[in-house]
Design a protein around this ligand. Structure first.
Ligand code: ADP
Length: 462
């Protein structure tokens, strides 16, 4: 069963609230009881002393004001304190038990029951404490105060504790639950809304609407990262889709020309317009060869990409290899009137020699193809800490900024007219890139239209 983020958050908040209230109630019980016990003990002492003071005031001119003492005594019975006032000769002036023994017993019983009900471990017992009563500095008698000790709670105290402990906790609990529900809902909404939008956008993207982007600007780091990742994914899918469509167009275009030539030649020969002589057949044969080499190169590319880096690497001198290739190209360069210069000292690399040859040939033949008469092609080899760099620079036609990002794609050709005079199939750079990447290397290009291009191949030394 899938639980929504909102419910999950609310449930976890409620759980935390219950745990907190439970812990607070335990703490409160322990602390409150301790403090309150201390307070009642001190209060008892204070009350006893106050009572002794009050009784002393009821003595004047050698006589006791019995009616006031009576009032005080009755009042104190109701507070759970039973007093006995005696004069200096130990004669009883007033005694709570004598005054109303029944009430005293009932009070004691009630207190005992109360305390045992709420505090089963209460170990209180009836205690009596004696306080001297003075008239000025002269002792005039004694007040004996009897009460439960070491502490006891009367009804007011118990009601106070009950309110504090239960009502406040219940109120705090209900309030916390309400707050949790509201806060949880707001939080969940804040979190789930952008996620829901991201999900909707991701669903659209998965349906093929690669142009869709999520413009959710969430302040939550993870959601921001999620939207960025999905937008990047959509961007990659979109560019792959564009590439796929363009590649289909390019392949169709690449195949259409030789097939159309073949078709028209064959039709003309079948209709008897042309004699199937050697020249005509040779022209058809050349188109077939062109098609076969295109298919062969595609096959080769696919094979390399699937090989996953299985290379027959050897350690050899890259400069010696370039020198040989340059030598083989010299006649072609001379025929076109383009100069070629190579500069580099011995530089060892660990690579598959034939495949690197293919890269060098493709780049030099491109430089020659796209550099007009009197131009110059220079090849340099540089050494960095872990890489060997081969830079092939020409003063040719250059590549426009619009074409630059695509020139390594299969069948991409900057010359949209697809002038077959250049003889290219738009696959040479794709092959070069695949080989370089198979060697864990990198191929970059810098170019300015009508000024020239520079291809930089970086290959690891080991
Ligand atoms: P092609 O067989 O068409 O040369 P490539 O894959 O080798 O195919 O190159 C792709 C495209 O890149 C070319 O069609 C051309 O437009 C451009 N290009 C490659 N190298 C150069 C260069 N040295 N100067 C100018 N443009 C180049």
């Amino acid at each position: 069963m899938k639980i929504s983020l909102r419910n999950r958050l609310t449930i976890s908040y409620i759980f935390v609230t219950i745990v907190c209230v439970f812990l607070i109630s335990i703490l409160m019980n322990v602390m409150l009881e301790k403090q309150f016990r201390m307070y009642t003990r001190q209060n008892q002492q204070r009350s006893n002393l106050e009572l002794a003071g009050l009784i002393s005031k009821q003595y004047s001119g050698g006589t006791w004001n019995r009616s006031v003492i009576d009032n005080i005594g009755v009042n104190y019975i109701e507070r759970g304190m039973f007093i006995k006032v005696s004069d200096i000769h130990n004669r009883v002036i007033w005694d709570a038990t004598v005054h109303n023994n029944g009430l005293c017993k009932k009070m004691l019983d009630d207190m005992w029951k109360n305390m045992n009900k709420y505090y089963p471990h209460w170990n209180g017992e009836y205690k009596v404490e004696s306080y001297p009563v003075y008239d000025g500095k002269t002792k005039i008698g004694t007040v004996v105060v009897g009460h439960y000790g070491p502490f006891y709670y009367n009804n007011t105290d118990l009601a106070f504790i009950y309110t504090l402990k239960n009502r406040i906790l219940i109120f705090a609990f209900i309030f916390s639950l309400l707050f949790t529900e509201i806060f949880g809902t707001i939080m969940a909404r804040m979190l789930s809304r952008p996620i829901a939008r991201v999900v909707r956008a991701a669903e659209n993207i998965s349906r093929g609407y690669f142009k869709n982007r999520i413009d959710e600007r969430s302040g939550t780091k993870e959601i921001y990262m999620l939207t960025s990742a999905i937008n990047n994914m959509a961007g990659t899918l979109e560019s792959h889709e564009i590439l796929r469509k363009r590649m289909s167009d390019d392949i169709a275009h690449e195949l259409r020309t030789p097939l159309a030539t073949l078709q028209s030649h064959m039709e003309a020969m079948i209709d008897g317009i042309w004699e199937p002589d050697k020249n005509r057949l040779k022209s058809c044969y050349e188109e077939i060869i062109r098609l076969a080499s295109l298919v062969g190169e595609l096959e080769m590319l696919g094979k390399w990409e699937n090989e996953n880096g299985r290379l027959n690497k050897i350690r050899y001198d890259l400069c010696e290899q370039i020198e040989k290739i340059v030598f083989n190209f010299q006649a072609e360069f001379k025929n076109k009137g383009v100069r070629i210069k190579f500069c580099g000292k011995r530089q060892e690399i660990f690579a598959e020699k034939d495949k690197i040859s293919q890269v060098i040939i493709n780049l030099i033949s491109n430089a020659l193809k796209y550099t007009p008469r009197d131009g110059l092609v220079t090849i340099n080899v540089e050494n960095t800490e872990s890489m060997v760099k081969m830079i092939i620079k020409d003063t040719g036609t250059g590549i426009s900024n619009e074409d630059l990002p695509f020139i390594f794609d299969r069948f991409y050709r900057a010359d949209k007219s697809r002038n077959r005079l250049t003889g290219g199939k738009g696959i040479g750079l794709a092959i070069a890139k695949t080989i370089v990447e198979l060697h864990q290397g990198k191929i970059d290009v810098k170019s300015k239209l009508n000024e020239g291009s520079e291809f930089i191949v970086s290959l690891p030394k080991v």
